[in-house]
Design a protein around this ligand. Structure first.
Ligand code: GDP
Ligand code: IMO
Ligand code: MG
Length: 423
């Protein structure tokens, strides 16, 4: 069968966790393929809130296999904490969770490096989540990293000490002389040994061959992609569709649908270009009604209007087949809704393409009428205010891609299906 891929199309936090959980019962397998504990995926089930950083969002459905793929960077400490929280809530993640032996390990010194490099960047800092993501992927590419499979090897301690020593030497050279707190790491490494650490690429391909359907759960968003995001203000992995093949070991011809999730407006945490960012009370109003505070770091998210050139770019590089529009409920109570349709560049050119210097693009807006009634309890499209329906139809036409789902609240139940996906 096929692998459907679900991707955030903006700067992350589009609502991927909610939708993966919502769709999961249509699949036999849910798999994370990139990123690590920089992700914070919120799932609300019967009023109970869970935030997942490392574990796939299919974990709440017992019958589904959940896979942490080879493309992921895994922090044993975060992993252990997350498992313990799930177990305390009565979820049993041990039998249906599988970890790739090829996934890279985040060491305590990777987190120290992340912090040190950000400090040295000063006002040019990326705004990293400081979870050690960049340094861990850097070691992976430099062929220095440790992998999850290594924890089962007798030489693990030796390999760990060697890598740690080189990190500490570098840290000392650049003026950071702390020692890592290692005991939580080693406790968590022992804890991880209770889980199935395996060749997930075989597991996934065996599942495909026997007719199972896989849902690949993206982390971050396309505008944070290492190649296509606003470099250097990006994360260190491919968040776009190709990342799913490389990060799971599944061939491109097994990819089915590519679902793209976007908010009805835009948010960003951390530094970097954001042409439609609002610095006024409208931005504040979006942040407040959308509860736009980071699920991983608690930082206030920067807020702004929807950016169509950026969204079209993300649709293009991913080959998005269906769109899911999230958080439409947050826009209730605005007189007018603005949408950037193109950019004016420094030399006066007007374009609807994302330029190399994204920070120099000034948005040109179209204004649409807003609506003032709450919509979070509405369950079908026909009851939605006409202004919202017009907004959705307008976007669908501009983006030339069907908007299949409208999300009107954080709960599983607050989801309006415009067109059946699974017929
Ligand atoms: P993710 O990283 O893409 O999984 O998204 P996050 O969980 O970081 O952020 C999305 C936030 O919006 C979470 O707090 C969700 O509970 C919430 N959310 C998801 N969908 C909706 C929606 O349609 N309306 C509202 N108001 N909140 C939503
Ligand atoms: P989810 O999966 C939003 C941002 C950080 C920073 C940049 C680099 O929840 O959508 P990193 O720690 O990766 O080195 O940070 O990327 N970032 C995210 N922003 N949602 C995320 O994940 C993010 N993961 C990283 O804020 O700007
Ligand atoms: Mg998030």
């Amino acid at each position: 069968m096929k692998t459907d891929v679900l991707l955030g199309l903006q700067w992350g936090d589009e609502g991927k966790g909610k939708i993966v959980d919502y769709l999961a019962n249509k699949y036999e397998v849910v798999a994370r393929f990139q990123g690590g504990p920089n992700a914070g995926h919120t799932i609300i089930i019967d009023g109970k809130k869970f935030i997942l950083h490392q574990i796939p969002s299919g974990i709440f459905r017992k019958e589904i296999m959940n896979i942490i793929g080879n493309g992921v960077v895994l922090d044993p400490i975060t992993f252990k904490k997350e498992i313990e929280k799930l177990e305390a809530a009565g979820i049993e993640p041990r039998d249906n969770l599988f970890i790739s032996q090829r996934a890279q390990l985040i060491l305590p010194t990777h987190r120290m490096l992340d912090q040190a490099w950000e400090t040295l960047k000063g006002k040019n800092k990326i705004g990293s989540t400081l979870k050690g993501i960049g340094p861990t992927y850097q070691d992976k590419i430099a062929r220095l990293g440790l992998r999850v499979g290594d924890i089962l090897d007798a030489s693990f301690q030796q390999k760990y000490e060697a890598l740690k020593a080189s990190h500490l030497k570098h840290l000392s050279d650049i003026g950071f002389a702390d020692e890592p707190d290692e005991s939580p790491f080693f406790e968590a490494v022992e804890f991880m040994k209770q889980f199935t650490i395996t060749e997930t690429e075989y597991l996934l391909n065996d599942q495909l061959n026997k007719g199972s359907k896989i849902l690949a759960e993206g982390a971050q968003g396309s505008l944070l992609d290492i190649d296509f995001g606003s470099y250097p203000f990006v994360t260190s992995s491919n968040t776009t569709v190709a990342g799913a093949c490389a990060g799971l070991g599944i061939p491109p011809n097994t990819i089915g649908e590519v679902f793209g999730i976007f908010k009805a407006y835009c948010t960003r945490v951390g530094s970097g270009p954001f042409p439609t960012e609002l610095f006024d009370e409208t931005g504040e109003k979006i942040r407040k009604s959308g509860a736009e505070f980071g699920a991983t770091t608690g930082r206030p998210r920067r807020c702004g209007w929807l950016d169509l050139p950026a969204l079209k770019y993300a649709i293009m590089v991913n080959g998005i087949s269906r769109l899911f529009m999230m958080k439409a409920d947050v826009l209730s109570g605005f007189d007018k809704i603005l949408v950037a349709t193109s950019y004016k560049l420094q030399d006066g050119t007007i374009t609807d393409r994302v330029p190399f210097d994204h920070h120099l693009a000034t948005p040109i807006y179209k204004e649409l009428p807003g609506w003032d009634i709450p919509i979070d309890e509405m369950t079908d499209e026909s009851s939605l205010p006409v202004e919202l329906r017009d907004y959705v139809n307008y976007l669908e036409q501009e983006l030339a891609t069907p908007i299949t789902v409208l999300s009107v609240g954080p709960d599983r139940s607050q989801t309006i299906i415009r067109e059946e996906i699974f017929v």
